[in-house]
Write a protein that binds this ligand. Structure first.
Ligand code: NAP
Length: 467
């Protein structure tokens, strides 16, 4: 057998998922001098780029420019894209073992964490992930309905996703009209009656997870005032000590921004975006139809644990907030893949530096790897996935060199292509995506928008003249 990674025996790699972590891994594999590698990337959706298309906020187009790098990679002759092909459904792990030397799972974190409080499942209480997927035109979420005739909405959590959701709820029709948000969402949000949005942080301003550019941005919205209650902007002694000890100018700036918001008076803009601190939802209440109407909050104090983390502790003070919609934005969570060891507690694939391991023996499972949020959990920005994927690829290269790979009986390009065509005739190639992309961008240009998205698989097939 000729050496692996040469013209006569290329390293065949399957990547499951096509978001940033998937592409950064492909990039690092493809740039290895002297390595002949062939990559096939699979996505259960027809379109590539995962979170960039379905997670990044539609009014944050600059962040999406990263796809230019990904597109360049995907146009290489040793790269193929198979969209609308699902791992475990159209192709099983056994199929991949038959055709590839290595498989890398980069499926991200597709669901959310729960608050675990009574009333969480009343109608009108949603994971923020569903709202985000809906306004971004994700085919699986386009049918959801959010009652935007309500005046008050609570967004639980103070991370960047919570900020995205609160900001999107606060945009004017004019601001919405220049985004690539799904058409149905622009229409619904343009008619929105929402007047108050409450972002709810369980700890204080010094522990808020959002980043400074994001919190600054909500202070400059066209028709929404960002407000902080003065008593909640003040740091408690524990946080004061932490801030003084941290010597972190970014954190100091964040606290300053929030304290400045606390001095602001409403300026008469039609919406108010309250950023609340030191409160935790303890229960949701509903009406006779099971629709959420109210939330009970408990006031927290902060304490330092033995390990030095600052944690919230409930007091005996409660307040009630009338809300018609609740979005919990308390963190994303990975979804298990069939036959792949999953750490249910952490919501990630069991792995060591990206090598998938057997949870019982902690030994690597030959040929299987992971990167991105499904490897390390839902943290960091898009660029964080680059070093993460590089770490995994280093393991892949080391193992390939040792011959510790799957031993595929049919590693040729044609066999797997034929199998995909048999199992999922309606797959989308990268050329298909480029055609769709062109149509979306052209339609967008006519409306002064970055693109107008196709939001259903049927529409995409029809646009390509396939149905
Ligand atoms: P995150 O940054 O981890 O924030 C989660 C928030 O939920 C925190 O405020 C956390 O508070 C809170 N929380 C957790 N459990 C809670 C509970 N039981 N009750 C109340 N609050 C609770 O997660 P994320 O907002 O989902 O964002 C995921 C990652 O994507 C982050 O790294 C984020 O920066 C990134 N992202 C970036 C952008 C951007 O760059 N513009 C946009 C979107 C997302 P505690 O701190 O007290 O745990």
């Amino acid at each position: 057998m000729p050496t692996l990674g040469t013209t006569s025996n290329p390293l065949r790699v399957a990547i499951i998922g096509s978001g940033p972590a998937a592409f950064y891994a492909a990039e690092h594999l493809m740039k290895q001098a002297g390595l002949v590698v062939q990559i096939d990337m699979f996505d259960r959706l027809p379109t590539p780029y995962g979170l960039v298309r379905f997670g990044v906020a539609p009014d944050h187009q600059k962040i999406k420019t990263v796809v230019k790098v990904f597109e360049k990679l995907a146009r290489q002759p040793n790269f193929r894209f198979y969209g609308n092909v699902e791992f475990g459904k159209h192709l099983t792990l056994a199929d991949f073992k038959e055709h590839y030397h290595q498989i890398l799972y980069a499926t991200g974190a597709q669901t959310d964490r729960r608050m675990e409080i009574p009333g969480e499942d009343f109608a009108g209480s949603f994971p923020a992930t569903e709202f985000v997927a809906w306004y971004n035109g994700h085919p699986d979420y386009r049918h959801l309905q959010f009652d935007l005739s309500t005046e008050s909405v609570a967004v639980v959590g103070v991370g960047n996703v919570a900020i995205d959701v609160a900001r999107i709820l606060s945009l004017t029709p004019k601001e919405l009209a220049v985004t690539d948000m799904a058409d149905y969402a622009i229409e619904a949000l343009s008619q929105s009656q929402v007047r108050q949005v409450y972002l709810l942080g369980r700890r204080g301003p010094a522990q808020a997870a959002f980043t400074n550019p994001e919190i600054k941005e909500v202070g400059e919205l066209e028709d929404a005032d960002a407000l902080v209650l003065p008593e909640e902007a003040q740091l408690d002694p524990v946080s004061q000590a932490e801030l003084a000890a941290s010597n972190d100018p970014t954190l100091q700036k964040k606290v300053e921004i929030l304290q400045e918001y606390a001095q602001r008076q409403p300026t008469g803009k039609s919406r108010k975006l309250y950023i609340r601190f030191l409160v935790s939802p303890v229960e949701l209440f509903g009406d006779a139809n099971g629709r959420v109407t109210k939330m009970r909050l408990v006031r927290n104090t902060l304490y330092k644990t033995e390990t030095g983390t600052i944690r919230p502790k409930p007091t005996d003070q409660f307040e009630e907030l009338e809300v018609g919609l609740v979005f919990r934005s308390v963190g994303y969570r990975g979804v298990p893949l069939p036959e792949v060891p999953f750490n249910d507690k952490w919501g990630v694939i069991w792995n060591e530096k990206g090598r998938v391991i057997d949870p019982a023996t902690k030994q690597p499972l030959t040929g299987q790897y992971t990167s991105g949020w499904i490897k390390r959990g839902p943290s960091g920005v898009i660029g964080t996935n680059k070093p993460d994927s590089v770490e995994t690829v280093m393991c892949m290269l080391e193992d390939a060199q040792k011959g510790a790979t799957f031993q595929p009986a049919q590693p040729d390009l044609g066999s797997i292509d034929q199998l995909v065509r048999e199992r999922q005739p309606q797959f989308f190639s990268f050329a298909d995506w480029l055609a769709l992309d062109k149509l979306e961008v052209a339609k967008g240009a006519a409306q002064g928008r970055p693109r107008v998205k196709f939001t259903s698989v049927e529409d995409m097939l029809a646009a390509l003249g396939r149905k």
